[in-house]
Design a protein. Structure first.
Length: 366
């Protein structure tokens, strides 16, 4: 099992001990920080990092530790899909799993002894959620949570459909929709929105500990752990999103897929495909401003898969339900990220209300 750990300065020593315990039990451990007990660390920073990995499936469970455990449990439970339980004995640890389905264990570094912390952790790891009335109660919590958090649309596959509702993105998207927005402003705004979306989408990239020499002293820091990224625009409109993402992730490689939609059949026609040679080793963002019928997006994903691409996400500014349905049905493991999910497609295959033809508005050919 892969388990992510995190602590503040007060929980650092216990975290190191629990990490050794977990590794000794044969689990894969990823530590997101903090890196020492030498200086104060804000527990929400590490709680959010670890909790997001559990929520996204990057880790199966998590263990968080701060002085009392209270702060970590409050912070972790703000992340949708995380059920963090502060446990102080073996009984509460077992019950948090069997009755409540907790996926994050929280310990108090200043309230528990090391031996008790170990036994609590073992009891929690060994317990499994019970069915029956306890499952019904857990489902009620999940139902309430899904109605109060940012939009995540359930699909039949393992892929997610995430609508990013950050205020800056929504503000800029309203200007992009305006038919009176100039070509220059439209182009700039599409880049800005793409960059903001990439910031949100990349929040779960894994980090590794490195040594850094500051002007004052040497210290431990975090760096992206050799993660390889690829941005693949669907020509031509997808080109408008690339620069915004590269400003944030300049080392990403860029591929290109040439597709256009036949105006009569609305089916995709491909004419070009050029991808990085190591595409199979990279996390891939296929970008296209509009997910309308889904034909071009689905074809682009198929092209990438045929050439060895594995970890694929689709990033669009605006999506239509018809496009989401098609991509999710043909590529159920692919995550779809959009800034808005609009009403429907009209008889010409345009998204309503949409923003018109993104390619024409980007390049002034309308």
């Amino acid at each position: 099992m892969k388990i992510v750990t995190g602590s503040d300065h007060a929980g650092f020593a216990m975290k190191e001990d629990i990490k050794a315990l977990l590794s000794g039990l044969g689990h894969i451990v990823e530590d997101v920080g903090t890196l020492s007990s030498d200086s104060p660390a804000d527990y929400p920073d590490w709680a959010f990092k670890a909790a997001e990995k559990v929520a996204s499936g990057k880790a199966e469970r998590g263990v968080l530790i701060c002085g009392t455990g209270i702060g970590m449990s409050i912070a972790a439970n703000k992340v949708k899909g995380v059920y963090a339980a502060l446990c102080h004995d073996e009984f509460t640890a077992r019950m948090s799993r069997e009755h409540n389905g907790s996926n994050v264990l929280v310990l108090g570094g200043r309230t528990l002894g090391v031996e008790l912390a170990r036994s609590v952790t073992k009891a929690w790891l060994e317990a499994e959620p019970e069915k029956g009335r306890h499952m019904v109660r857990r489902q009620k919590i999940e139902t309430y949570e899904s109605g109060t958090c940012d939009k995540e649309i359930k699909t039949s596959g393992s892929g997610r459909v995430i609508i990013i509702e950050h205020p800056l993105i929504q503000h800029k998207l309203s200007i992009v929709r305006d038919k009176n927005t100039s070509v220059k402003d439209f182009r700039d705004l599409v880049q800005e929105i793409a960059g903001l979306m990439a910031y949100e989408i990349s929040r779960n990239l894994p980090l590794e500990e490195i040594d850094v020499e500051t002007p004052v002293r040497s210290t431990k820091c975090f760096s992206l752990s050799g993660k390889k990224l690829a941005v693949i625009p669907v020509l031509r409109a997808g080109l408008g999103m690339v620069e915004g993402i590269l400003r944030l992730i300049p080392n990403a490689k860029v591929g290109h897929i040439g597709l256009y939609r036949d105006p009569d059949t609305l089916m995709p026609v491909d004419y070009y495909c050029k991808l990085p040679n190591d595409i199979g080793e990279r996390d891939i963002f296929i970008v296209d401003p509009m997910l309308a019928t889904g034909g071009s997006a689905s074809a682009a994903i198929s092209h990438v898969k045929k050439r060895g691409g594995l970890r694929i996400s689709l990033v669009s500014l605006i999506a239509a339900p018809e496009g989401v349905k098609k991509v999710s049905s043909e590529h159920p493991a692919v995550d779809i990220f959009a800034a808005a999910l609009d009403s429907h497609l009209n008889e010409h295959g345009y998204i309503v209300p949409g923003l018109g033809d993104a390619g024409d508005r980007l390049f002034g050919t309308k």
